[in-house]
Design a protein around this ligand. Sequence first.
Ligand code: NAD
Length: 488
Amino acid sequence: MAMKDIVNGVPRYRHFINGQWTDATVKEWIEVENPATGAIIATVPKGSADDADRALVAAQAAQPAWEALPPIERANLLKALARLILENRDRLSRLVVAEQGKPLQEARGEIEGTALYLNHAAEEARRITGDIIPSDMADEQIWIQRVAHGVVVGLTAWNYPAALMARKMGPALLAGNTIVIKSHEGTPLSALEIAQLSVQADFPPGVLNAVSGTGEGLGAALVKHPIPRLITLTGSVRAGKEIFRSAADDLKLLRLELGGKAPFIVAEDADIGAAVRAAILSRFENCGQICICNERMYVHEKIADEFLDKFVKAVKGLKVGDPLAMVDVGPKFSAPELDKVERMVNDAVASGAQILTGGKRLTEGDHARGHWYEPTVLTATDNRMAIMQDEVFGPVVPVMKVTDFDEGLRLANESRYGLSAYVFTKDMRRMMRLVRELKFGEIYVNRPGGDAVHAHHAGLRHSGIGGEDGKYGLDAYFQKKTIYVNYA
Ligand code: NAD
C-alpha cells in the first residue's frame, strides 16, 4: 500500500509498521490543521491499542538481527537517511511550516538539524566502547559491555516534529535498538514522510515504525505495553508524570524531556545590545514555542530603563505573518494554545502586570484565519505571579527589575522548572558561581539559546529526568552487562 491516498481532497496517511503502510484496523482519523490558515491539510490514523501492539511486535521481531549488524552498517543506513532528508529539504521544510507554523527559514534549519542528529549518531558507530578491568581472582577478567535495551518507544512534541524524531531515532537505532515513534497528533506528517524515506534508504522492515494517534489513546497504549523497555518522551510535565506513573508497574526505563521556564538575567555590567538581541531571539523564535525559550527576565535596575527601551523597540519591529514569507514570527500552533496564552496575559494584567507592548490576539487582515498573538512584553511585580512561574510557550515575556545579581539568581531559582537559563554579565567570578548556584541543566552565558548536537540537553527538577545528545544522550540507549571471564 502507498503511504497516503487522497480522501475528500486531502491526503489521508497510514501507519508505517514493519516496513509497510497500513490502515487495516483504523476506524477513526485525526485532522491535521495548518496553524497559519486553519485549513485541514491531511488526516492521519487515530491509532488504537491494536496498532500499538502490531508496531511493537514488529519492532521486537526486527531487533535481534538489527543489533547483530556491525554498528557501522547501522550508521551507514542512518547516514543514507540523513542524505535523503537533505535532498528533500525544501519539501520537508514546507511540510513542517504547514503542520507546525514556524517561519520557512526556521523550518529549513529544523530539517538540517534533523539530518545532523542522524549523522552525529552515525559518527559514534566506531566508539561504542566498554571496559576491561582486572578481577580480584587469578586468571580472570571483568568485561563491562554496552548492549541495546531492545525496543524503544519515542513520543515527541509538536514544536519540532522532524528534529525531535531524529534526536531519539538516531542514537536509539545506532545503539542497536528498534523504535516505534509517535509524533504529537497535531504534527504527525514530517515523521511519516521521514519513515517513507527510510524505505528508500533500505532500512530493514520493523527497525523504524511510525504510528499516529493521540497521547491518551495510542501513546498511553505504547507506554503500557510489555514489549518496550525504554520510553523516551519530549513533551509536557503533565505527560511526563502520567507516563512515570504508568511505567511504574513494569519498572520501565524513562527519559523525560519536559517543559521549561528559563530565566534571563541581565546584570548591570552586561553588553546591553547583545543582551537585547539574545533576549529577542531566545523568546520569539518559533513563536516562543521552544522548551529553552527566555520565559522571564530579571534586569538590574541600574540599566533596566535603557534595556527595556531597546528591547520593547525591537519587539515592536518584529514582523508577524505568513510563515512562508520572510517573517520573524508565525502563528501559535493551535486554538487551545492561543487560548492559553491569552488567558495567561489577561490573568497577569488582572494581578498587576503592565503591558509595555502587545497583549492581544491578532485577528484582522492577514491574521483573520489561523492562531495569532502579538509579540508581548509585560512588567511583573512579584515572582509568585503565574506568568513568572508557569510556562507560556508563546510570544510573551514578563520582565522584573532586580536590585543586584544575587536577587536575580535567587528569583531565577524560585521555580519548579530547571531546564535552561540565560545570564548576561562580564564578571568572570559571577560566571563561575553559576555552575553551582544556578539550578538549571543548560546555561547560556552572554549568548542566545541553541544547543549543540554533541553537548548535553537535560532538564533538572520538573523539567525532566534523562537528557539527550552527545555521549551522555547516546549512553542512555544502552544497558550495561558485566561478564566475569575466568580462563584458569
Ligand atoms: P504533550 O505532553 O502534550 O505531548 C508530547 C507527546 O506525548 C505527544 O506525542 C503526545 O501525544 C504524547 N502524550 C501525551 N500524553 C501522553 C500520555 N499520557 N501517554 C503517552 N503519550 C502521551 O506536549 P506538547 O504539547 O506536544 O509539547 C509541548 C511541551 O513540550 C512543552 O512543555 C515544551 O517545553 C516541551 N518540550 C520539551 C523539550 C525538551 O527537550 N525538554 C523539547 C521540546 C518541547
